[in-house]
Each structure stands twice: as structure tokens, then as C-alpha cells.
Design a protein around this ligand. Structure first.
Ligand code: C5P
Length: 397
């Protein structure tokens, strides 16, 4: 994991209504230890005040080429020299046009033209402006110039219209910034994940499931994307949105999850089985809602297929990672499970600490023994887990 805490970024804000989201974006980046220097166009100051941005970034905001922040009026040079990347969010149609044509008529555009660091843009505008051939030409030109374009996405727009042109949400942009700095250690590597619980129907409205939020599996998918992997995520029912860039396939039951894994495992390099698959399914689920009866109910349960067991049993299995959630005897059960599941790496956690929580603690079991990944938020843990996976995967390939 690249040390994101050492990074310095210029956040350039141009004048669009999405500018208000920059307050949240700044907070998210600063929370990760990234140093943010804000530079705004004059128009942007009408949408969000420099005072707000200064308070959140902890640094004076540059908005005027002729300001007093630098004695020699060379802010456009000094700012870009001391930075690892510039991100423009929101990037308006006008600002994009300026960048595509190399115009430099204010501090932010001059700073972009004078830069010697990567430039990322998060476009935000009305859908007609986005679809206008002029904007599309400008975007193509910028891509050809090596600029990274983040979004936009489709949705309801400030003007009330629906369509493409919304700025990506701050949480997505913050993730994209972190991902941008990661060495692409998994470039060309196909990663298949299962995540979340499975739901086994009893009748039309009732069912059995495992408690699982899916947060750990989705975090690993996110961390794999950051490292450049091609990620397919087969997920049971969760309340989470798909990590940007992953192929997400939603399933309900273990049988559906098993079918999709069988269909997609063929050319996969790494399989990470995070799903809390229900051990049993109802032998004959009732298609209609069953009526209550005072005499009780007996259900016949059949064992579900062991999805991870199927993958490890393939003639040429991918590198497999299993998960174990235990309520007690974590070390003993997990070490045994690694052997019975025949996985080179098993990640174990205590259910009472893990389920639904935003942070967790993992103990990794492999041929070399145990490795503790100390308590952290699930994305941080996922990144640490993948560093371990990459080490073992490379040893075997
Ligand atoms: O439920 P259990 O503790 O046995 O799960 C261990 C590992 O096996 C997990 O990685 C889980 O995703 C996987 N598993 C599976 N199919 C099942 C049960 C568990 O793939 N039917």
C-alpha cells in the first residue's frame, strides 16, 4: 500500500453547483492524512466560500492570481511544484474547454497549464452540456493528453433534469484519489469474490439467512480495484452499492451463488470467498405464504454446496482465500478450517467483533503460521489483506 499520508494534492474548484460537495471531499481526504491545498476560480467562490474550504483543509485558499499568499506572485508555479496531483472537482464545461485548449486566464487554469504532476478531473454539468460535441471533443483531447477523467455519473441534476453529468459523490472521488496513487500490483489479474449472506427461502415471505453486512467483501473488492485488478463480485443481499469499476452480480441463494461462481471461475487468478453462505437450504420451499398453525412446523433442510470447496477442488484452482467467522476458539477452529478447506490462506475473525461493524481485526493463517492484522476500518484491513495475498500469490506463480 502506497503511503497515502505523504501525499500532497491541490484541490481545484471551478464554478459549478457541485462545488458544495468539495467540503465533504476535503474532509474525507484530510481524514486519510492527505495534505490538501485548495485553489478556486472566482466563480467557485460564489458556490462555496474560501473560509469553509480553509477551515476544512487547514490552509489558506488561493483564488486570486494577484493575491498576497506568495510574495513573488508565482503561486501558479509554486503550487504545482509542491504537489503530487491536481484534482479539479467540480470541473465545469467551461473549465474543461479551457484546459483542452491550454488557456490560462486565472490562477487555477494557469496552475494546471504550468503543472508537472498528474491532473484528475471530476466533470459536473447539465446533461446537454456534457453531451455537447464540443465538450466530448474536449474530454477526448484531455484523455489523449494523459488527464484522468473521474465520472461523471447519471442521476438527478441540480437543474431538475435527469441524465449524465452529475459529479461523482465525494466518497467515490476520495476512493479514486487513493486508488490513483496505488502501484497497480494486480494489473491484469482477475479476482473473483463472493460476499454478503445468502438467503434461503422457506416460503414466499419467510427465509433463513446468515448475519452478514457484506462490508468486508465489498471492501476487498474496492482494495483489489485500487491495485488495478479486474474484479467480479458475486454478492448475496446487502444494502451496499457496487464498488466503482467492479462487475457486480447479485444473487439470493447459495445455489444461485454456486452457479455464478461455476460460470465465472474459469480464467480467474484469485478467488476470495468472503460470503457467509448458509449451510442449509429448505428441501421444498413453499411458493405461497404458509398459514400459521398452532401445531408447530418442521422443516427438512438439505446441506448447501460448499462453493469454496468446489473451487479448491478444481484441477487448476485459482489462488484461494477463505474466511472464517467464529464466535470462540478462533485460532484452533480457523487453523483446522484452513486444512479442511484446503486453502493456502484463511482470514479469521470473531463474529461478535465483525458483523455489521465498520472496523474489524483479522488473523491470517497460512503455511508460515499466524499473522495478526490489527483493528482498523474494513477498507484498511482489506488493503493489508491484499498485500499478504499478493505476496503468497507471487510465490506460487
Ligand atoms: O461457513 P464456513 O465457516 O465453513 O466458511 C468458511 C469459508 O467457506 C468461507 O470462505 C465461506 O465463504 C466458504 N463457504 C462456501 N460455501 C459454503 C460454506 C462456506 O464457499 N457452503
Amino acid at each position: 500500500m502506497e503511503q497515502i499520508q505523504t501525499k500532497r494534492i491541490v484541490l481545484g474548484i471551478s464554478g459549478g453547483i457541485a462545488a458544495y460537495k468539495c467540503a465533504e471531499l476535503t474532509r474525507l481526504l484530510v481524514n486519510q492524512g492527505i495534505q490538501i491545498q485548495v485553489a478556486m476560480t472566482e466563480a467557485a467562490t460564489h458556490f462555496i466560500t474560501p473560509t469553509t474550504m480553509q477551515a476544512l483543509s487547514g490552509k489558506p485558499v488561493y483564488s486570486n492570481q494577484w493575491g498576497e499568499h506568495t510574495a513573488d506572485h508565482m503561486a501558479h508555479i509554486s503550487l504545482s511544484r509542491a504537489t503530487d496531483a491536481i484534482i479539479i472537482a467540480p470541473a465545469t464545461a467551461d473549465f474543461i474547454a479551457k484546459l483542452a485548449h491550454g488557456l490560462a486566464d486565472d490562477l487555477l487554469s494557469t496552475l494546471c497549464l504550468a503543472r508537472n504532476c498528474p491532473l484528475l478531473l471530476a466533470p459536473a454539468m447539465n446533461k446537454q452540456m456534457w453531451e455537447n460535441p464540443a465538450t466530448q471533443r474536449n474530454i477526448q483531447q484531455l484523455v489523449a493528453d494523459g488527464v484522468t477523467i473521474l465520472g461523471p455519473v447519471s442521476g438527478t441534476q441540480a437543474c431538475g433534469e435527469e441524465g449524465m453529468g452529475r459529479m461523482q459523490e465525494p466518497v467515490e472521488l476520495a476512493r479514486a484519489v487513493v486508488a490513483f496513487f496505488q502501484p497497480k500490483l494486480l494489473s491484469g489479474v482477475k479476482v473473483l469474490l463472493t460476499a454478503g449472506p445468502t438467503y434461503e427461502a422457506i416460503d414466499a415471505v419467510r427465509g433463513m439467512t446468515n448475519r452478514s453486512s457484506g462490508k468486508m467483501g465489498y471492501a476487498i473488492a474496492q482494495a483489489a480495484l485500487e491495485l488495478g485488478a479486474e474484479v467480479t463480485l458475486i454478492s448475496g443481499p446487502t444494502a451496499l452499492s457496487s464498488p466503482h469499476g467492479a462487475v457486480l452480480m447479485n444473487v439470493t441463494s447459495a445455489a444461485e451463488m454456486f452457479d455464478l461462481v461455476k460460470n465465472h471461475v474459469a480464467d480467474v487468478n484469485i478467488f476470495i470467498s468472503v460470503a457467509a453462505v448458509a449451510d442449509y437450504r429448505v428441501a421444498q420451499p413453499n411458493k405461497q405464504k404458509m398459514k400459521k398453525s398452532a401445531s408447530g412446523l418442521t422443516l427438512e433442510l438439505l446441506p448447501n454446496p460448499d462453493i469454496l470447496g468446489y473451487v479448491t477442488g478444481l484441477p487448476k484452482p485459482p489462488f484461494c482465500v477463505g474466511f472464517a467467522a467464529e464466535s470462540h476458539n478462533l485460532h484452533e477452529y480457523a487453523a483446522t478450517k484452513r486444512k479442511t478447506k484446503k486453502v493456502p490462506l484463511l482470514a479469521a475473525n470473531l463474529v461478535q467483533q465483525a458483523i455489521g461493524a465498520d472496523d474489524n481485526e483479522l488473523v491470517l493463517f497460512d503455511d508460515a503460521g499466524e499473522h495478526v492484522l490489527p483493528r482498523a476500518d474494513k477498507l484498511t484491513l482489506a488493503r493489508a489483506l491484499l498485500q499478504h495475498v499478493i505476496k503468497l500469490y507471487r510465490q506460487g506463480n
